[in-house]
Design a binder for this molecule. Sequence first.
Ligand code: GAL
Length: 976
Amino acid sequence: MQQDEAHSDEDVPYYEDVSPGSGALPPVAWLPGSDARRLSLNGTWRFRLSPTATTEDEGFARPEYDDSAWAGLAVPGHWVLQGHGAPAYTNTGYPFPVDPPRMPDENPTGDHRYAFELPADWPAGATVLRFGGVESCARVWLNGTELGHFKGSRLPHEFEVGALLRPGPNVLAVRVHQWSSGSYLEDQDQWWLPGVFREVELRQRPEGAVRDVFVHAGYDHRTGDGTLRVDCAPAGRVTVPELGLDLATGESATVPVAPWTAETPRLYDAELATPGERVRLRIGFRTVAVEDGLLKVNGRRLLLRGVNRHEFHPAHGRALTADVMRRDLLLMKQHNINAVRTSHYPPHPAFLELCDELGLWVVDECDLETHGFAQQGWRDNPVDDERWTPALLDRARRMVERDKNHPSVIMWSLGNECGTGRGLSAMAAWMRERDPSRPLHYEGDPSCADTDVYSRMYADHAEVERIGRRTEEPLRDAALDARRRSLPFVLCEYAHAMGNGPGGLSDYQRLFETYERCQGGFVWEWIDHGLRQETADGIPYHAYGGDFGEELHDGNFVCDGLVFPERTPSPGLVEYKKVIEPVRIEAVGPDTAPGAVRVTNLQDFADLSALVFPWRYEVEGRPVAEGTLAVPPLLPGESAELKLPPPADSPPVGEALWTVRAVLAEDTAWAAAGHEVAWGQLPAGPRPVPRPLTSAVAPRRGEGGTIALGPGVFDAATGVLSGFDGRAVTGPRLDVWRAPTDNDEGAPWQPGQRCGPEWRRIGLHRMRHRTDAVVAAGDALIVRTRVAPAATALGFRVVHRWTSDGAALRVEVAVTPEGDWPAPLPRLGLRMGVDGDLSAVRWFGGGPGEAYPDTSAAARVGRWALSVDELQTPYVRPQENGARIGVRWAELRRPDGTGLRIEGEPDFFLTARRWTTEELDAARHTPDLVPGDRVWLHLDHAQHGIGSQSCGPGVLSRYRLDAAPATFAFTFRPAE
Ligand code: GAL
C-alpha cells in the first residue's frame, strides 16, 4: 500500500479528527448529592504505555485479556508522574509540529484496564459511566464493547452503560492518547500531563431520575427578595424548608431572603424530588449585572481581589483531592482573596462547591487556549476555522451545563489566549442564549465584541489609570470603541508572581480604589508548578521545565505563584494580603504624632460587625500598653475616626508606635477567632534620631601591617576591616550586585529595559576594588577606594570614615558614582563576612518577612527574631531574597550569646545568608545552595524595586535605585 492511500487527509484517526468525540451523553449539571447509587471506579488500575498511538490492536479491551504483566497505576493520576514517561513544560510553543489537526507518530498512549465488581444489588436499568477529566483523548470500552471516544481534557464525559453492566466482574478499558486534535485547543502554559486525572464513577439513573437541572435564584437588592425557579427534566418538586418553599419545577416563587455574596456566602439547603430521584441543592440568591458601566452583584460594584488558579499538586499534578482544594480556598480566604479565575479550564467541580460554601467570586474559564498559533500570526487558528466550531461549542456546553448551578460563578470566560475568531463568537452566542444571567469574559479580543467586560493582562499602572479615566487609546472602529469604553475593566492577569515579587501591588490597588471602572483583577498566579524531586543524596527540591530532558521547554516560567509548590505562602502572598485588606487602618493628623486612627470598611457588602480591633502601644518594639478600640459596625465604604488613648509614658524613651489590628471576633468557616484580617501602624511621636558615636580613640599601627581602631583591626594596605572584637571578619566593602530575580531578568517580550541582562553586560557581577588611600585624620581612619567593573569607565568613588569610642566602631560611607550609568543599581550597601556560628538574628525594624521597596506593605515595625536559615526565602529557582526593610538595628549571636550588633544611620535593608551572592546567582535549584563557613551580611542603604517584568511592567520610577551620590553609616558593637 502506498503512503498516500494509507493516510489520505480525509482519513485521520479518531484522535486526530477535529470532532469532540462520539458516543457520549449530552452534558448536564453536576449533582453530587443524590439518593441514586454511585460506584467509584477510582483505584489501582492496570496500565501499559506505548510510545505511539497505533502500536497494538484493541484486543486489550476484551475482558479476558491477560493484563497480569502490566503495571499498577493510581487513578485518578497522570502516568508521567508515576514512573511512565516524563512530564514536559512549555509555555506557548506546542511540543509537536503545528500541522492541525495532525500529530506526530510519537504519541505516548496509555492503555488502562480496571476490573471491578458490580454490587449484587445494583439496580437494573440506566447507569452512567462518568469521567471527570482525561488528558487528552480517551477511547472507552466496557466489557469489550466500545462506547466511544472523547476529547476536552478538563471536562466531564458520560456514557450510558446500563445495558452492558453485568452482576459480578466487569472490565473497563480506556486507551488514552497524550496527543490529539484536542491538544491544539489546550495550549495552556503548564505541564503537559496525560492521564485519567479526575475521578471515574458509575451513577445509577433510576426511572424518572433528574436528567438535568438549572437553578435560577436571583436577588432584588431593592426589595430584599429572592426569586427562585428550578427548571428540571423530568418535572418534580423543590422544597426549601428554611424559606417555607415547596414548589413545582418550572414555577417561580419570590420571598425575602439573605443574599449570597462572597463576603456573606449564605446558602439555603433545598431538595429536588423527581419521580425517580432526590437531589440535594444548595441555593445562593444573587444577581449579576453589568450596568452603569460597572460589574455589579446585588446592585453593588465589586472589587475583585483575585488570583488565577491552576489545578496543581507537586506530586500529583492536576489530580487533586478534596483536601487540597479546600486548603487552597482556606489559604485564599485567610489572605483576603475574594475571587478566582479558574485559569485556564473548569476546575474539579468540587472546587466550585467549596467556593459556594466559603465565598469566592469565580470566573469559570473554558478549557481552551490556542496560543501557539500566535507564532505564525494566528494562521490556521482553530478558533477561526469552522471545522473546529463543534469542538469549541462542545467545550462551552460541557462547562456551562456542568457548572451552571453555582452561585459563586459570576462570569463565564470563553478561554484564554486564542486570538480572535468566529468560533469564539459562536461559543459566546450559545452561552448568552443558554445562560443570560452571567456576563461573558474573554481577554484575547481587544474589540470586546463578544464580552461584557473589558479585560486585559499585565497592563502597566499608567495604562490602567487611563482606562480608569475612560481615556484609553481608541479602537479604530468607533462603535466598538464607544461600547468598550462603556464597559467595566478587570485585569484578568496582573502582578506576575514569578520568583521574588510581584512588586507594585499597592500601586495597582490605589488605582482600583480610585477609579470605579477598575474593578480589580487576578494576580498571576496562585501556585508554583514545581514538581517534587530528590537529589541522589535524598535532598528534596522542586523541578521545572528542562529538568525532565524536554527538547523544548520554558524553564522556570512555570513557577510563578503566590504559594510555593507545597502550598506554603510566599512573601508575595503575605504582601498581597496586606495590600487587599478589606479594612483600612491609617493615621489621621500630623505624620509624627497622629493620635487618631481612621478605620474604613473597604468591603462591598458586609459591615464590620465580624471584627474586633485590638491595639497595642510599643516603645522600641516592646509592648507597653494594649486594649481594644471600639469601632462602630461601619457599612461598606464608611469610615470612622477614632482617638487612641494618650501614651502613659510621654515623652517615650525610644521609638513609639501604635499598632491597631482587625481580627475575627468569632470562628468562621475559613479561620478561627483572632485571625488577623488587617492592620495599621502609626507613630506615637517623632522618631528618635540615632545618637552618633563620639569618637574617643584614634587609629594606631598594629602588628603585621595592620591598623587598630577601638575593637577593629584593619589591613593597612587595603584599609579593609579584618577583625572585630577579636574575631576575623571579611569586609565590609561596597557592594551593588544582587543575584537577579526573575523580575530583574525580565521577559524578552516585555517593554522597557531588562535590568538583569543589562547588569551583567555592565559587569556588576565582577567588580574590582582599588584602594586609593588609607590615612589617619585625627581620630578617624579614612579609606578611599574606587569600585568598578572591567571594560568600562563606570565606577564608584567611596570614602569610608571609621571612628571609635573605644567599644564600638562606626563607618560613614560616602559613595559617588562616576560615568553615565545606563541602568539602575541592584543594591547599594556593604557586604561583609562574619563567623558562621552567628546564626541567631534579632532586629528592630520591618518584618517579619522579606521586603523590597515596592513589596514592603506587609512589613511592620517590631522586634523580630529568626535564624539565618529562616531568613531565606526558598524560591524554586534561587535568586535575590530575604532582605528585611527599615532595620534600625540588628544583632547576630552565637549559641553562647556573644555576637555582633549593627546600628544603621539611617535604617537599612538587612540580608544574611550562608552563601555568597555569586553562589546564589549560580544556583539553579535549592540543593545547589550549600552553606559555607561564613555568614554573609548585606547592609544595604538602598535596594532597587522588584516590579513584575518577568511578564509585566518593570519597576515604577519611584522604586528605582538610580546611581547617585549617597552617604550612610553603620555602627558595629559587640552584642551585649
Ligand atoms: C499569560 C497567560 C498565562 C501565563 C502568563 C505568564 O499570558 O495567560 O497562562 O502564561 O501569561 O506566566
